[in-house]
Design a protein around this ligand. Sequence first.
Ligand code: HEM
Length: 144
Amino acid sequence: MNTDTAIRKQVLTRQDLFFIVDAFYKEVRKDEVLGPMFNATIHDWEQHLEKITDFWSNQIFDTRVYKGHPMEAHVEFDKKMHYSITPTHFGTWLFYWLNTINTYYEGANAELLKERARKMQTVLYLKIFEHRPQKSHNKLDEPS
Ligand code: HEM
């Protein structure tokens, strides 16, 4: 069957962003590695989905609805996870993000959502790494 003929939408509204964020987290929460990490940290999922939708709304529609601090949030999260976040976690995260967008959407804003996430993951990971205590610096993806 040729799935290329599926009709994909443009990302035009906040509802589109919410749809993507919601579908993305449904997959992430099922992932055997990422799922338990998110489920242990986020208790109010409704609020989280709105917050992440706000975040992407700032990015794509240039609204000022998101007022959080993603760097600090991830540094804290890594600490809570005993400094165990690796580039592989970010790779898996990005896989679900790209897949979700590609399944339902196309066009300029869809491309922008993918591109921004690709760029951000490097910055976020470096920030996490930079904030680790010295002795935790060896926790990369090398086999132990
Ligand atoms: C490019 C990749 C990513 C982006 C753009 C991103 C974006 C965000 C944003 C905007 C927040 C909300 C921060 C706030 O204002 O409280 C957040 C929270 C969070 N992120 Fe990410 N994230 C990324 C990757 C990841 C990865 C790989 C993980 C897990 C390994 C992760 C785990 C979390 C968790 C658990 C929270 C909730 C923190 C809390 O509420 O205590 N994120 N993320």
